[in-house]
Every structure is written in C-alpha cells, then in structure tokens.
Design a protein around this ligand. Structure first.
Ligand SMILES: *Cc1c(COP(=O)(O)O)cnc(C)c1O
Length: 480
C-alpha cells in the first residue's frame, strides 16, 4: 500500500491545483489534435505502469482538457461544478467498492438516509423505501414510468410484467413541447409508444396548460382511449419554467392519472424562498425524478427517483432470484423489511452513490444549500437585467428559476440573418474561451440559454458573458 499512499498524496495535490486553478484558465478550449489523437489511439499496454506514473499521465493528458463545467463562467446545458466534498467521497466509495444492491453494510443504510434527505430538501413526502438513487433522471424516469404503467395495467386487470404490452390497449400519457426527451425515451423503451404521448398546449412562457390537459384527457377518454399519465416539469431545460403543478395535480386526481414531475434540473429551486411558491403542488406527485448531480453539485452520476407508494415501486420491479431469496426465513442478520434496492429498480450491482451525496449535503447543510440555490436564482435574474439593458440583446423568456434565455436581436437586421447569427452564436462564444453558453430553439427561433447552477458565479462573470456574446455576435454579423 505504500505506492498507493504516495501516489494518492500526489493525486490529491494534483487535483487541488486543478480545482484551484480552473477559474484562471479558459473555460473550455478545443483539444489540441495531437493530444486528442494520443487519447483516441492509445494502444493496449503490454505491461503495467506504476501508480505514480498513472497520476502523472492524468496530469499531462487528461486534466488539461476539461469539459469546462468546473469553471464559474460555464453556463452550458445543465452541468455542475463538482462539490469538493463529493470528489473526496468518491475516492472513499471506490476504496470500499460495495454493491449497494442490499445487505447490511454502511452504503445500503446511507442510501436510505440520503434518499430521505433529498426528499426533505425537495419537500416531497417520503415513506421508507419509496425511492432510490439512479444514474440520472433518464433512469429515474424509466423507473417512475414503469411503476405508472404497472398501476395502469393492474387497473385493467392485466399483469403487464407477465403478459407484456400486447395484453393492454394503448395507454395514453400527456407531456408538453418542453418536456425533456428522456420521457419519450422511457415511453419508447417501456413499450408505451411515443405516439401515445400527447403534447398538451403550452402558454407563451412554455408552461403546460392544465385546462388544455383536462380537455384533451376527456376527449381522449370519450374516444375510447386510456389516459394514464401526465408529466409536468419543475424546471424545463430550456428556460427553467416550472409548470403549474397544483393545477396539474388537480387534473390528475380528477382523471385518475399518474402524476409524474421531472425535477431533474429544477426541483431544488424550491429551497429558495423567492421562487418556492412556483413549486406548490410538487408534493402531490406520484413520482418525482431529480438529479443531485445537477444543482447540488454531486459528482456525476447521481439521479434519484421518489415515489409516493413504496409498495407500488417494489411491485413493479421486485424479482428475487433464488440465490438471493429467503433471507428472512434463514434469519440472516441483514434482512430488512424493505428488502434490497435491486427490488425497486433496474440495476442489480449498484454503485456506492450515497457517500458523495451524503458528503455534498453534509458539507453545506440545508442552510448552505439553500443559500447557494438562492444565489444562483438571483444571478440568473441579474443576468436577465443585463440582457434587458443591452441594446442588441433580448430576453426570450421570463427568468423563473436559474436559467436565462435570450437572443441577439439588434434593430435593422433581417430575421433570416438573425437566425443565422443566433444559430452559430453559442459555439462562437465557446471558442473564444472566456465564457461557455449553449443554444436552443424556443418558439421556433434560435436562442441562447445560460444555466446558473454554480454557486461560485459572481456578478463580474455575468458581465463577461454578456460582453462575450455581444462581441461574438458582432463578429458573426460582420462576417456575413
Ligand atoms: C438533465 C435533465 C434530464 C435528464 O437527466 P439525466 O440525468 O441526464 O439522465 C431530464 N429532464 C431535465 C429537465 C433535465 O434537466
């Protein structure tokens, strides 16, 4: 273990320098082609290298080329800077390397606790067993929609696990144009069929319209279809809009639909008293998917699915193979009434995700996390003011949580040319290296969206972003 100790110390020094120096360097830069080739073409080594050499290799060939998301001026997609506590915990978790499928070891009990903590932070009810950590919200959504499908099938007298989808009439779910693509993927994978996901009308700011939802459900039911699910967003990826969860919960209760909320990016916004009111009704969902690896800064990967009813979740996934069964009958000490996590989802061997969640939350506490979240939403609103004050920029959506969506729109330039400039603008800003923002299409128009989830962001960083966008846009416009 001596070489591990020495290389480990060197690794920690390297990483402390890396994390400490990130803000000084470019946010992102295209990889040097030779360095890219070195990684792409690495031959399978014939002989091993020492740990100290591996640490040096990481320092030379990997750390210089980050995605950019550790930098305070990274505003792209929804990718967090890692919480240092989570980084350290990742090392310890790997050193123990359990499978968190079940049993009586620290990781299993810690996961029960952090899932409860996540539910408490998000303000979601949490009976024991009603949730688990996942790779991300894509997987959490598969678990949630699988449970919803199971309930809908039972109501029709079908055991879908045994009989499959062929035994069921098409089940219809409701989403909006702003619903994340992971919902469609889950519907496709679960055999629901993406054509049975209906896009409900949204208002001008991208909120699913609960009145239209009710009308569509009733019309579909009258036409002989089987509505079973509505999906709302607690923070859309494009603009951070939070749907009217309470009104959608009302429709779901009246129409007996499973109410799923996608809070991947935005659920923790509820911790900011300034925006908390937008989340009213979140606690009425049947399932909530959310990503500690986004706003909380838990190192990737870590998603979480929470459900209202633990038994429904277990009923949809429990399958105990013979080599694991009968722990209760045998009086094994690690038996728990809740059974194994592997009975509540897809994965059997499961990583020790809970340690980095525990560390990240414990390092800040509820108050620290709430302060960070509130800082991010305040910075997003401040960016909105800077955009509104810049003559050639315009906001394209209200700033509801911590995403600011805007576009370059000076007077006297044709709509076609503006579309061309805005389409290329995000990459042009990225290549300049001083800020990183990504683009999207909103209401059929090209736009930028800056996502603020790094608590290290300062007002000066926002000014740099605005200046960079203006400069890059002016260049694109001049180049025709
Ligand atoms: C990121 C995101 C997802 C997908 O989650 P993954 O963790 O990437 O699987 C779904 N919905 C929203 C709103 C997101 O921001």
């Amino acid at each position: 273990m001596n070489d591990f100790r020495a290389a480990g110390h060197a690794a920690v020094d390297l990483l402390a320098d890396y994390l400490g120096g990130l803000a000084e360097g470019p946010v992102w830069q295209a990889m040097d082609p030779a360095a890219r080739e070195r990684l792409l073409g690495l031959p399978l080594p014939r002989q091993g290298r020492g740990l100290d050499q591996l640490v040096r290799d990481i320092g030379a060939d990997v750390l210089p080329y980050p995605m950019g998301n550790g930098h305070p001026r990274f505003f792209g997609w929804v990718n967090a800077a890692p919480a240092p506590a989570g980084v350290l915990a990742t090392l310890a978790a790997a050193a123990m390397n359990p499978s968190s499928a079940g049993g009586d070891h620290a990781d299993v009990h810690l996961e029960r606790t952090v899932v409860r903590w996540i539910a408490e932070l998000a303000g979601f009810p949490h009976p024991p067993g009603a949730g688990l950590l996942t790779s991300g919200t894509s997987m959490a959504t598969i678990v949630a929609l699988g449970t919803a499908r199971d309930r809908a099938a039972r109501a029709l007298g079908v055991d879908v696990r045994e009989e499959g989808m062929a035994a069921l009439p098409p089940l219809v779910g409701y989403v909006s144009a702003e619903t994340h693509s992971c919902v469609r993927k889950a519907a496709e994978l679960l055999g629901l069929g993406s054509r049975n996901l209906r896009a409900v009308r949204t208002d001008a700011a991208g909120h699913l319209d609960p009145v239209a939802l009710r009308e569509q459900v009733r019309a579909d039911r009258a036409a002989g279809l089987r509505p079973f699910l509505a999906v709302a967003s607690a923070g859309t990826v494009n603009t951070g809009a939070v749907d009217d969860l309470a009104a959608i919960a009302d429709v779901c209760a009246e129409e007996e639909l499973w109410f799923h909320v996608d809070g991947a990016y935005g659920a923790f916004g509820v911790l900011d008293p300034v925006v908390a009111h937008r989340y009213a009704g979140l606690d009425r969902a049947d399932s909530l998917a959310l990503d500690p690896h986004k706003w909380l800064g838990v190192p990737v990967d870590c998603g979480c699915v929470l459900v209202r009813d633990a038994e429904e979740l277990r009923g949809a996934f429990s399958l105990v193979p013979s080599y694991l069964r009968d722990e209760k009958a045998d009086g094994l000490r690690w038996f728990s009434e809740l059974g194994w996590f592997s009975e509540y989802g897809i994965e059997q061997t499961r990583p020790f995700r809970s340690l980095k969640v525990w560390a990240t939350i414990a390092a800040s506490g509820r108050e620290g996390i709430s302060r960070d979240v509130a800082h991010c939403t305040a910075m997003a609103r401040r960016l909105g003011e800077l955009v509104a004050a810049a003559p050639e920029l315009e906001l394209v959506a209200p700033v509801e949580t911590s995403i600011t969506a805007f576009r370059f729109a000076p007077d006297g330039v044709s709509a076609d040319r503006l579309e061309g400039v805005n389409r290329r603008l995000a990459v042009a800003v990225q290549e300049r290296g001083r800020a990183f923002v990504t683009g999207t299409v909103l209401d059929g128009r090209e736009a930028l969206r800056a996502c603020l989830i790094n608590p290290a962001v300062r007002e000066e960083d926002l000014a740099v972003l605005v200046a960079e966008v203006r400069a890059a846009a002016a260049e694109l416009l001049a180049a025709g």
